[in-house]
Design a binder for this molecule. Structure first.
Ligand code: AMP
Ligand code: GLY
Length: 426
């Protein structure tokens, strides 16, 4: 069958790689893709958020399944348009995507359906924000309601700083995204990400995973889109998994049903586990995580195309589901200066030599005179798999040392300590 993937980052390279391995896959197309993806699929120019042109491309190519990578096309309703045209889609419609598009909506969803989360207030004016913050203890957590590419959460121990953040947001520093605020209580503990695949009736989980958001070693420096990830998270034992399933997964799915939302795709639950074992939901995303996906899909042991297709058809229970009993580490190689400004166009060496237990996914790359060059902040994901995190880590770092481009940098401590909380979790 013919499959179309929307998106063009490291996550989408991993998705395309997993789909391409399926015996069901006759043709793989990606909009817009990237040079790494072009090695395994046909890439098409265009805007994945423009529903009409996505439907036209899918019809012109006789596509039987569309798999949506990033949130933006989901939030703009591309899945709804494809479904109206009779094309199965892995990815929720606009109504389901509200769980990520609006933090106020998602917190109210959690409250309405009894899903544990930090107590919160929704504020649309400075007076309300001041009253709410003055009634709370530090740390003060202020979140912009709308999509903000990871730049919408402000955490501070200082009340006047928290108030300044509110003022800037309400004054439009993030445009419409910050005109509504969520102010919530601070939580402490360890974070873990859970990817739920669901067709609205049946659900399945990928391995637990953990990303590393800060730019530098020891969880220091500015927040980024993610400098690495590992899976599974060893401290999430079967008992905790059961609790996550009961408290978060099942309540989320029954909430979607009660609200009449037909959800087919991924629900990413970002969780905080307190030292006492209390599990709170920090956020939902409505797609696979980046950089978690690059670590998770190499550990999937079924047919990813079959799983996505069955999910899109509402028949997930018929798909074979199995996870490898292995560990993985995704190490992101970035351009010097990221997440601030950086140079582009540097040739990348050592990309294509194969190594056992290692897969390289491309994110910010371009082709220049037939050579792969840097074209983004996060350039590559080097994924190692092995029997232990240590083995997976050695493989990822071993390969990363052989990949060269001017200004390449990566953290030296991804998955260095999978048992203990990260600095930023303390
Ligand atoms: P979010 O986009 O809502 O997941 O927030 C981004 C990050 O901010 C999370 O991954 C946490 O590290 C942190 N965070 C969010 N909400 C809280 C909270 N209530 N208490 C402590 N940290 C938080
Ligand atoms: N890794 C966080 C995200 O995908 O939003």
């Amino acid at each position: 069958m013919k499959v179309l993937v929307l998106g063009g980052g490291g996550r989408e390279h991993a998705i395309a790689w997993a789909l391409a391995k399926s015996p069901l896959c006759d043709e793989l197309h990606v909009l817009p893709g990237n040079p790494g993806i072009a090695g395994i699929a046909t890439c098409h120019e265009g805007n994945p958020c423009d529903g009409k042109s996505v439907v036209k491309l899918a019809e012109d190519l006789s596509i039987s399944l569309v798999v949506v990578g990033p949130e933006a096309p989901l939030v703009s309703g591309v899945s709804d348009e494809l479904r109206r045209a009779g094309i199965p889609v892995f990815g929720p419609g606009k109504a389901g995507a509200m769980l990520e598009a609006s933090k106020a909506y998602s917190k109210e969803f959690m409250a309405r359906h009894g899903i544990p989360t930090a107590p919160f207030k929704i504020c649309r004016s400075m007076d309300k924000a001041r009253e709410t913050l003055e009634g709370r203890k530090p740390p003060y957590i202020v979140k912009a309601d709308g999509l903000a590419a990871g730049k919408g959460v402000f955490i501070s121990d200082d009340l006047s700083q928290a108030l300044d953040s509110c003022k800037e947001l309400l004054d439009g520093s993030l445009g419409e995204a910050g005109k509504t605020l969520v102010v919530e209580n601070g939580l402490t503990g360890r974070e873990v990400s859970v990817m739920i695949i669901t067709d609205g009736e049946t659900w399945r989980l990928l391995h637990t995973s953990q990303d590393h958001k800060r730019a530098f070693d020891g969880d220091r420096g500015p927040n980024t889109g993610g400098m690495g990830a590992y899976a599974p998270v060893p401290w999430v034992d079967p008992e905790m998994t059961k609790k996550i399933e009961q408290e978060i997964v099942e309540k989320t799915l029954s909430g979607l049903k009660k609200d009449g939302i037909d959800y087919r795709g991924v629900i990413y639950a970002g969780l905080m586990v307190s030292p006492e074992g209390r599990i709170d939901l920090l956020e939902y995303n409505v797609r696979l995580g980046d950089p978690e996906t690059q670590a998770l899909l190499p550990l999937f042991d079924g047919d990813w195309l079959e799983a996505c297709l069955r999910c899109a058809q509402g028949k997930l229970s018929e798909a074979k589901w199995s996870l490898k009993d292995l560990c993985s580490v995704n190490l992101v190689i970035a351009s010097e200066g990221y997440p601030g400004s950086y140079e582009k166009g540097y040739p990348i060496e050592g990309l294509n030599d194969e190594e056992e237990g290692v897969t390289v996914f491309q994110a910010g790359t371009a082709l220049k005179n037939g050579k792969t060059v840097t074209a983004g902040g996060r350039v590559l994901s080097v994924v190692g798999t092995g029997d232990t995190h240590d083995e997976a880590r050695k493989r990822a770092y071993g390969k990363a040392e052989k990949i060269k481009f001017q200004g390449a940098f990566y953290r030296k401590d991804i998955a260095a300590n999978t048992e203990r909380p990260r600095e930023e979790d303390r």
